[in-house]
Design a protein around this ligand. Structure first.
Ligand SMILES: [Zn+2]
Ligand SMILES: [Zn+2]
Length: 178
């Protein structure tokens, strides 16, 4: 949903947002290295207001994602439900700023074209900000066996018995070599 920035009333305006699952996944599939999917529509309630030319968007985002576990490579469901506050600065204004390089990053400010703000993009941005730093199906995920590739969450594999690795084994070998 796109809104005209000059039509935002003085006290701000509330929007109920929804980006359909299919549309969101079409967008995500165009991005590089996006190994995740939306399993639900992206929904949110936001308040939007103009503060001296800066557009503030505050509200929440809800979506269920399908992520890939970084240890065992299996898919798992990851619900996001978080509150956010984003600041959007018009493009032309930031270009005139001399401290352009510092400002947008320091203040966590995004850029919009000065006339329109696409609230779908606001939600997409929040999907990325809501993702975990490391995708894990569970904090106790045992991962894959480095030699046979078996998923160790499903039980021990056969090579585990033979290669019980301990620091003492390394010491033994070093002693032999010396
Ligand atoms: Zn895992
Ligand atoms: Zn194994």
């Amino acid at each position: 949903m796109k809104i005209r920035v000059n039509q935002i009333p003085e006290g701000g305006e509330t929007f109920v947002l929804k980006v359909e699952e299919k549309k969101a996944n079409r967008y995500f599939s165009l991005l590089k290295n996006s190994d995740f999917l939306a399993l639900s529509d992206l929904t949110g309630n936001v308040n939007v207001w103009d503060q001296d030319g800066m557009i503030i968007v505050e509200g929440n985002l809800k979506v269920d994602l399908r992520l890939t576990c970084s240890r065992c490579l299996s898919y798992f469901r990851y619900p996001i439900s978080h509150h956010f506050r984003s600041i959007y600065s018009p493009f032309y204004e930031t270009c005139q700023e001399e401290d352009l390089e510092l400002k947008p990053y320091d203040m966590d400010v995004s850029i919009y074209n000065g006339e329109e703000l696409d609230l779908d993009n606001v939600l997409y941005e929040q999907v990325f900000l809501g993702m975990p730093a490391q995708a894990l199906c569970s904090p106790e995920c045992k991962g894959l066996c480095p030699s046979c590739g078996a998923n160790l969450n499903e039980g021990p594999c056969h090579c585990e018995i033979h290669s019980s690795f301990s620091p003492f084994d390394v010491l033994k070998k070093l002693k032999l070599k010396g």
